[in-house]
Write a protein that binds this ligand. Sequence first.
Ligand SMILES: Cc1ncc(COP(=O)(O)O)c(C=O)c1O
Length: 390
Amino acid sequence: MVKRSPVARRLEKINPSSIRRAFSISQRAPSVINLGIGEPDFTSPKHVIDAAKQALDEGKTHYPPTAGVPQLREALAKKAKRDYDLNYDPDNDMLVTVGAAEAVFLALLAFVNPGDEVLLFDPGFVCYEPDVLIAGGVPIFVPLGERDGFKLDVDAVMSQVTDKSRVIIINSPNNPTGAVFSHDALLKLSKLAVERDLIVISDEVYEKIIYDDVKHSCLATFPGMRERTIVVNSFSKTYAMTGFRVGYALGPKELIEPMMKVHQYSVACVDGAAQYAAVAALDGPQDCIKTMVTEFTRRRRLMYKRINEIRDFSSTLPKGAFYIFANIKQFKTPSTQFADYLATEGKVATISGSAFGENGEGFLRLSYATSYEKIEEAMDRIENAVKKLG
Ligand SMILES: Cc1ncc(COP(=O)(O)O)c(C=O)c1O
């Protein structure tokens, strides 16, 4: 056994994610319904799986290029043009990564110096804070309030900007709240980013999972933003391809090149067969997205209705992603404890809101990326567990 502490100081403040905890609860006890899950329950579309198989059958088993296979980069350039009228050069302005997760991490390692401040929202996606800390940055939290439907409050951002602010991470549609930031708010934010010379990491992994008449705005489309925005996206949510681990970053060459250095010397490149599957996802039929979103819409209505009928629960109707961020403050119990109670007594795994930041305390994140029937059963179980509290 080594005598000195074997763990590097940069990891001292990093705790394991409580999402893993929900995962292991439901793995250990199969009778538990898992509403903690952050991935579509659908299998990837057949044509996507076939493309991966075909690539392997054709012997595409060698190291792919660092930046990603040319076919995928071409397809990504076309997608950016088609969806947002944005021009990205396949040779210089993009990098294929191991999921969106790697893209965010690379961007922070590439642009954050020790002591630089990185603006994050609270509640927010669980990876951001640890990623900032590992990169040596200082996370500065901007609270998102339930009263306003967790909407983007640019004045609150402005009040946290200092001379040390370097990067801001935006995530819309949002995990865990399901909020979609409005065009006007993003426009105001983009003016602030330009004025204060911030680099923006825009995590848009839920761009296609939106409901009703809500519109998603890609941050790079706002004036002055293309040059300072790293658009992060992935195939995980849109095409139910979480296990393929393919994501990407779009941005000007000046921002992509430094990220490429870290990518090259760490993971080297992304699984080749998975990249061909991603090409099939982009170039193939898109009705799989509609089918999934139609089903999510049905489940969202069900969960929203049922959760608000349970005593002392309340929630706003999410506009995007596949989570309900339910207020449980009336129970006057810490949310981790309450999630544990629901897991043991109700046999339903949820994620404590505090996993997403201090401001998430008093909430539970419930995912509706599970079958309609399981959601019905889970709501019955939660209702019964709450009744037992008296
Ligand atoms: C907001 C957000 N960003 C990034 C990711 C990571 O996605 P990927 O599977 O592409 O790494 C997730 C996954 O839950 C997420 O919710």
